[in-house]
Design a binder for this molecule. Structure first.
Ligand SMILES: Cc1cc2nc3c(=O)[nH]c(=O)nc-3n(C[C@H](O)[C@H](O)[C@H](O)COP(=O)(O)O)c2cc1C
Length: 330
């Protein structure tokens, strides 16, 4: 599972950094893949409220939101937002990033699209402030509540520390390391306990992405689903998003993954190999393998994509009934 920490403080080695670094170290120790993004280093144009995303589901600005932030928000199992308090809220660069997620909010609430990961992706807050007022974290908690709701992520609360001012103050806190250890354990435990299925195709550019999305929608909470490619393509097929939108599913910003980079972080119970089978099946102990003999063109037309999408959905529904642990699913 990917854990991404978004670091909101302009200070690279201050108190927020201490919290986030410790959290990510702990997540890595528990077996997660981790990424840290220093948000003030990103190029993010503030939202202008132009409303294009509300109608078209996309943002007019082409910057690091498209290349870095949206793909990480969509591909992470746990999103950690780490920020100091600046005037009772978050620093300006961090707020610009949060505001720009209005595109995902619009896709969900204006266009009625469902992120298949909704209900599984978790969100967490790490924050510090210098003063001791009891309402110090009220505003940031509200911002996080609505930020996480807009990005279809389940906000699990956070760790917040008052009276932390100078760089080095956080490190001196007697219990912080233990708090972080317990929080990371609680957030990550159980995430990989479910019976899981990995869908594998040539390049993870559309077929296995469709399969894992349908599996998540149809299986509800009864399983964990992943997808990967033997030779992952750089980007998803451009028809993937529109054909899945026809089923009201939102796969925007989902990125293809390679099986070799995924395997160290997951332990699938079942693998479905889709399309040509002339790639070596990954060496996984105690794994059931199903082969789906499908014609998956490298450059499918929109009509090919529709036909393949419907075929995959039917196969997923049958698979859900036949894999013993998913048999309760109708
Ligand atoms: C521009 C600015 C505004 C701040 N506003 C607040 C505030 O409203 N309330 C507060 O308790 N601390 C405030 N602080 C203090 C920081 O939250 C505090 O120093 C924190 O430990 C900084 O974390 P960092 O080292 O991760 O940057 C502010 C600091 C700055 C630079």
């Amino acid at each position: 599972m990917l854990v991404t920490g978004f670091m909101g403080s302009p200070r690279k080695h201050g108190n927020t950094a201490y919290l986030l670094d410790r959290f990510l170290e702990e997540a890595a120790r528990l077996g997660a893949e981790t990424r840290k993004i220093h948000v003030p280093d990103l190029k993010v144009t503030p939202c202008t409220g132009c409303s294009v995303c509300e109608k078209k589901g996309r943002c007019v600005f082409k910057d690091d939101m498209q290349t870095t932030v949206f793909p990480l928000l969509r591909n992470s199992g746990l999103v950690v937002m780490a920020s100091p308090i600046y005037f009772y809220t978050v620093p300006a660069e961090f707020k610009a990033m949060i505001d720009r997620t209005q595109t995902l909010w619009s896709r969900k609430f204006k266009l009625g699209l469902k992120d298949p990961e909704e209900g599984r992706r978790k969100g967490f807050l790490l924050s510090v402030g210098a003063t001791r007022g009891k309402d110090l974290f009220d505003s940031i908690n509200l911002t996080m509540k609505y930020f996480f709701r807009g990005i279809s992520t389940d906000f699990k609360g956070g760790l917040t520390y008052a009276r932390i001012e100078d760089p080095g103050d956080m490190k001196k806190h007697p219990d912080v390391d233990e708090h972080i250890r317990l929080a990371a354990q609680k957030l990550l435990s159980g995430m990989d306990d479910k019976r899981s299925c990995l869908f594998l195709c040539r390049d993870n550019s559309y077929a296995s992405l469709m399969a894992s999305a349908f599996a998540r929608i149809h299986a509800g909470d009864n399983g964990a689903f992943y997808s990967a490619g033997f030779v992952p393509s750089e980007t998803a097929n451009p028809f993937l998003v529109p054909v899945m939108e026809e089923k009201s599913l939102d796969l925007a910003y989902v990125k293809p993954a390679g099986v070799q980079s995924l395997i160290p972080f997951i332990r699938p119970d079942h693998v479905v190999i889709m399309g040509p089978t002339d790639y070596p099946v990954p060496d996984l102990a105690n794994v059931d393998v199903t082969f789906w003999d499908m014609d998956l063109p490298e450059s499918p037309t929109m009509d090919d994509m529709r036909r393949i999408r419907d075929d995959i959905e039917e196969r997923v529904l049958i698979l859900m009934k036949t894999i013993v642990t998913f048999e309760s699913i109708s």
